[in-house]
Ligand binder design. Sequence first.
Ligand SMILES: Cc1ncc(COP(=O)(O)O)c(C=O)c1O
Length: 463
Amino acid sequence: MGRPSEVLATTAAATGAAASKDVLYQEHVNPQWVRLLEVLQMNARYTRCQGTELFTADGRRIVDFLSGYCVHNLGHNHPAIVEALKDELDRRGPAMLQSHVPDLAGELAHKLCRRAGGRVNKVFFCSSGSEGVEAAIKFSRAHTRRTGLLYADGAFHGLTCGALSLMGDPFWRESFGPMLPGTEAVPFGDLEALERKLASKKFAAFIVEPLQGEGGVRVPPAGYLEGVQTLCRRYGTLFVADEVQTGMYRTGRFLAAHHFNLEPDMVILAKALSGGLMPSAALLMSDEVYESVYGSLARAIVHTSTYSENSLAMRAGLAAIEALESEHLGDRALTAGDFLRTRLREALSSYEMVKEIRGMGLLNGIEFQAPRKLALRVPFEAFGQIHPGMFGQVVVMRLFRLGFLTQMCGNNFMVLKVAPPLVVNEREAGEFVNAARDVVEMMHSSGTFWSEALGLARRVLTV
Ligand SMILES: Cc1ncc(COP(=O)(O)O)c(C=O)c1O
């Protein structure tokens, strides 16, 4: 999930955004979104999407380095997922009777638990990452009989009320309060702060992304997650891994938790779970947690969701696992990720506004920093004052013009996400590095980058 700049969103009218093709969407869905895309000159009409490539009505080819925020691990419209869905529709089997045992759900749950390993052995299916987080909140409370919930600063867990209560950034919260009581934040990476909170024994769960996605692709410090698990066990708090972005081989392993030999009490999967074509999410949990929620006949349906085990989502999930593994996309994520980070470091590290290139597998970020040179600092600070997201959006716009779809992290405007589908090839990765270098070179040496940014700022201000 990304975050359109709230300032830019208000600028829209200045651009005369409303192309006729968008009229119905503007009228009935979200006109501000259309206008924001127009302001950013990114309102392309996509006609075909395949693998890493997006083709537009005006004949452009854009390479996707965003993957719909880690939905498209398999690339767009992977033939195996398309075929599985067609086949399932042709079969005309039970889709959502709500009064039978959906065997496809059992099959998918079995595969997910086998791959996740450790403690988890039961699955609750739902339709979005946020819904998975909501379930984790309820289930951890039921299991521990505690009400408190801990989360990490910078986290992104979703925008339903419970999930939102586990995200500190005021942008997302403003005007939607009050949040759930009993939710508290700790700094990501700080075990002492975590232990101080856990020692109160009032927290049902610590919900954490192993690698923070929207927080700026923050890689945990060595030993942090292992320490989190130990501390959670010590104080009776459930350790919940939000793998909505990091799961399904995005970081090279089935779960990012596997890089650290973790055995969380619960794991949340979504996004790439169903190959990018069906809404689907899963909360994996231990038998003990399951028992606390559904432990008697009377409670068999105490937490459900209408579309949760629908056969199309389940078929897509099974096909996605099969394709990810038969194409060895975990290994590919590791190799391509190493290649990208190495090449990006070689190309960008000498530039003063590039602070760090980091990530795991194909979840990577380029962090920018304020320039020291006066000639750059003046324009940087000028539009930073207008809106902190302005600088990043100009980077995204420039990359888009060079044929790459990217976005800044939703909770950190200074980090550009580099997260192509896992099927990305070396040529595309190399071309992206060249494009990133051209944009970074331009911001350091050409007035055009900054004057364009100031032009964007002016459009914002004239509304
Ligand atoms: C780590 C993480 N958790 C949860 C969510 C919420 O998922 P959804 O948008 O499917 O509700 C997101 C969405 O971006 C996410 O990145």
